[in-house]
Design a protein around this ligand. Structure first.
Ligand code: T46
Length: 134
């Protein structure tokens, strides 16, 4: 249910001596074990990433720098969530079509995911997504 997907707060430790912020994600904070980390960067503002769903994979996205929009689609409705803070993350369960777009200059999207890379976990065809039984 994409209505329940919302930004979640990531622990932020502001330095008392003005040395800036530190955010941390301990291993038990996410509802899955992190098996892989990748990041998107240097994405042109008129490009989009994603455009697929995952059968099993769960992931947590963070805009480490800059901003971008994540469009979530359950096959019936769509909604767009803007990520623009390094201490907010978006948990995307399996079975959700996603598109990442409107990348600002310098945007970096960090992705913490529940599985190793496996192309057979991807549904890259929207019609197939709509009829797939998750
Ligand atoms: C997702 C969004 C947010 C690898 O070899 N290993 C990897 O771990 C990944 C993620 C990709 N690749 C290869 C597969 C393709 O040949 O890198 C190429 C680009 O991958 P893709 O077209 O899937 O990239 P995005 O940005 O559209 O999607 C990625 C993730 O694949 C996906 O899980 O949710 O970022």
């Amino acid at each position: 249910n994409i209505d329940k997907i919302a930004l979640t707060e990531i622990t932020k430790i502001s330095d008392p001596d003005g040395r800036g912020n530190l955010s941390v994600i301990e291993k038990d904070v996410l509802p899955f074990e992190i098996k892989r980390v990748y990041y998107l960067y240097d994405v042109p503002s008129d490009s989009s990433r994603g455009g697929h769903a995952h059968k099993e994979l769960k992931q947590f996205l963070i805009a480490l720098s800059g901003s971008f929009d994540v469009v979530l689609d359950n096959g019936k409705t769509r909604r767009s969530i803007t990520l623009n803070r390094p201490n907010k993350g978006l948990l995307i369960p399996s079975g959700v079509w996603r598109e990442l777009e409107n990348f600002s200059a310098g945007a970096v999207c960090l992705s913490l995911v529940s599985a190793e890379y496996d192309e057979t976990d991807y549904i890259r065809n929207y019609d197939e997504f709509k009829t797939f039984e998750f």
